[in-house]
Design a protein around this ligand. Sequence first.
Ligand code: SS9
Ligand code: ZN
Length: 328
Amino acid sequence: MELFEGSIVPAFEKPQRAELIRQRINEVHLGPIVNASEFPLRFATAVHDLRMVAFIENAYTEWEQLGRTGGAIPYSFLARGCCCNAVPVSLDGRLAYYTFDVATPVTRTSWQAVKGSVDTALTAAKLLHDGERAAFALCRPPGHHAGTDYYGGYCFLNNAAIAVNAIVEEGSQRVAVLDIDYHHGNGTQEIFYRRDDVLFVSIHADPTHEFPFFSGHADEAGASDGEGFNLNFPLPAGTGWKVWSEALGNALSRIAAYGPDVLVVSLGVDTYHGDPISHFLLGQEDFIRLGKRIASLQRPTLFVMEGGYAVDELGINVVNVLTGYEGA
Ligand code: SS9
Ligand code: ZN
């Protein structure tokens, strides 16, 4: 369940999403499906605060011990300019500290899904490392809103960022992240903001009007060593293929100039015109086109699943990107 425009509604980010994408992959015989292997948690804690990772793992047990039901969500938040940075002791205090929205409840099965999602991204990264030209990590829950020590936006741990970090540790000098989800990848941006070995490029809804509201502006260019290695393309509500694909052209030029060893695509298809929580107007055929355009970079490419909530067309839209890429 999710608090949405003042009412409690069924969650948009649901297990069926992954099942439908998997079904569609089978239907079109896209390629072999590999089950995720388990990886040690150190890959996640190389990117995230260890205390937050442990918190997410244990929050629901604590929640139940207090006699509560439903999902573990905060009733309060860490506000800007507050005077104390200490992590509170009570469960409600820690929920307030670590998450930034009410749409990302920790439930009894969250940890299993969160860990599985991270392992899926790492398994796909390993396939690239072992020589595959491209791989798709069917991650759920998504990850791009999760930062070093905060989670939200249906995201708990940043699957793409954890995979990128592992790829760099395996010896890649430069990795580019192209985030094409409708929402700005605030977590991924924050994690790599001061690094020049990871270029982050994102095309998304203008944060002056859209979630996550506090990052994704065009003037956020990176800091210290990372200055010039962060590039945002905020676009207005109502953006369709013409304007979106122009931004994609600019994004791809910057990535080509960077010359990454590996490209990681944070693949959200909530840019679809039928998406229930978004306001861009991409059509099903546009996803084939954009897959082709990504392939033109000719880099080893890891696609990591992010958002996309029009479940009836979700499988088609995601697989269109991948077949567009494959067919190019
Ligand atoms: C819709 C509220 C949406 C969170 C969206 C997270 C998307 C993750 N008005 N809130 S890709
Ligand atoms: Zn999104």
